[in-house]
Design a protein around this ligand. Structure first.
Ligand code: 1CP
Length: 356
């Protein structure tokens, strides 16, 4: 049942008809915003900002204030639970995450510690509470975690996974060790997501950015059971969204886990996605983030074309197919958000038949 203040995003995740599609962007807080850069400099770095609840809350709210998006996503990173498990983690400017002691053998994986989120990740819960206190009731607050395979990719490669061959070697040659790692990660991910819901997250996103690298058979053998288990254990607690980059070949299988929503990257035509999965799940996406390197006019036109392809079918969340790029002009983000806001005026989507 729809309640007056129920955030538009939550209505869409329940596939209720909405007056316009809700909109938010992956990595909506980030280096393309001057106010983010300023706060990051003040905090001393990314990790200092993410592990301090006051900074994390403030930066979470920055894009909501500036663009009036329909959701705030906790400012954090999927890799922080690896740090909580005992791994060294740093973020090098220009290079991204670095884990200088990657997991390559059974002993290092056995040595990972079990995580109690309220004890080892307390800044996450605190930041969520601070954000909720500031956030309008019609905005949704999102929590998230990396899925076990994606976390394993960073932990085993020691940073950005690239082709991910160390992980693949572990997976194929030392399958029991790989499974031990996946089991430990699945446990941490589950408790971390539960903790976020307890602290105010109204929906959760499971990011499996790197699982789309696998052939379908391997995805089914090595990835699917863990993700399905995590989703099942959260069923009824909060709506669950799954993102798999490069996942066109396994999206039928992802939908079969019965998540509440799937987030698509830009390679999957969204109209066809609604034809195929729109009765089963809500669908988020999926403009190529590189389009936001063009002009505000182009971005707005491309977003409207996307909305036309959806044709106002319920269960759509307008978003990008991956995170906002650092070189993005904030005016292009504003133009993207405007396309969703204008859709309610019959300009595109939600029952309007025209092509803009
Ligand atoms: O300021 C900086 O230099 C840090 C840049 C940055 C930011 C803004 C990193 C390092 N993480 C984040 C925030 C972040 N990461 C969020 C916050 C909420 C939001 O969306 O606004 C979220 C949800 C993530 C999730 C994340 N981190 C994923 C999954 C989703 C995705 O983008 O695929 C992944 C794979 C990461 C790893 C990571 N952390 C940071 C970087 C630059 C990366 C990617 C590195 C790589 O290419 O492998």
């Amino acid at each position: 049942m729809s309640t007056p203040n129920e955030p538009l995003l939550l209505q869409a995740l329940a596939r209720k008809p909405t007056p316009r599609p809700p909109v938010w962007l992956m990595r909506q807080a980030g280096r393309y915003m001057a106010e983010y850069q300023a706060l990051r400099a003040q905090a001393g770095g990314f990790l200092e900002m993410a592990t301090n609840a006051a900074y994390a809350a403030e930066v979470t709210l920055q894009p909501v204030r500036r663009f009036d998006v329909d959701a705030a996503i906790l400012f954090s990173d999927i890799l922080l639970p690896l740090q909580a498990m005992g791994m060294d983690l740093r973020f090098d400017p220009g290079r991204g995450p670095v884990l200088p002691r990657p997991l390559r053998d059974a002993a290092s994986i056995d040595g990972l510690r079990a995580v109690s989120p309220h004890k080892h990740l307390p800044y996450v819960g605190e930041a969520l509470r601070l954000v909720r206190a500031e956030l309008d009731r019609d905005k949704a607050l999102l929590g998230f975690a990396g899925a076990p395979f994606t976390l394993a990719a960073y932990a085993v490669e020691g940073g950005a996974p690239g082709a991910g061959m160390n992980l693949r070697a572990l997976m194929y040659r030392h399958t029991a060790v790989f499974e031990n790692l996946m089991g430990k990660l699945a446990e941490v991910v589950t408790s971390h997501l539960r903790y976020q819901v307890e602290c105010g997250a109204q929906a959760v996103v499971l990011f499996d950015t790197w699982a789309g690298q696998l052939a379908r058979d391997d995805f089914m053998d090595f990835v699917a059971p863990w993700n399905e288990q995590i989703l099942k254990s959260l069923q009824g607690l909060a709506p669950r969204m799954v993102f798999v980059r490069d996942g066109g070949h396994i999206m039928d299988d992802v939908v079969a886990w019965k998540p509440d929503a799937v987030a698509l990257d830009w390679r999957i035509p969204i109209g066809a996605a609604f034809d195929r999965w729109g009765d089963d799940v809500a669908i988020q996406g999926n403009l190529d983030p590189a389009v936001l390197l063009s002009t505000p006019e182009d971005v707005n036109a491309r977003a409207r074309r996307l909305l036309d392809a959806v044709g106002g079918r319920p269960g759509h969340v307008l978003s990008l197919g991956h995170g906002v790029l650092k070189a993005t002009d904030p005016e292009c983000v504003a133009a993207f958000v405007a396309a969703a806001k204008e859709a309610g005026n019959g300009a595109a989507g939600n029952g309007a038949a025209g092509n803009g």
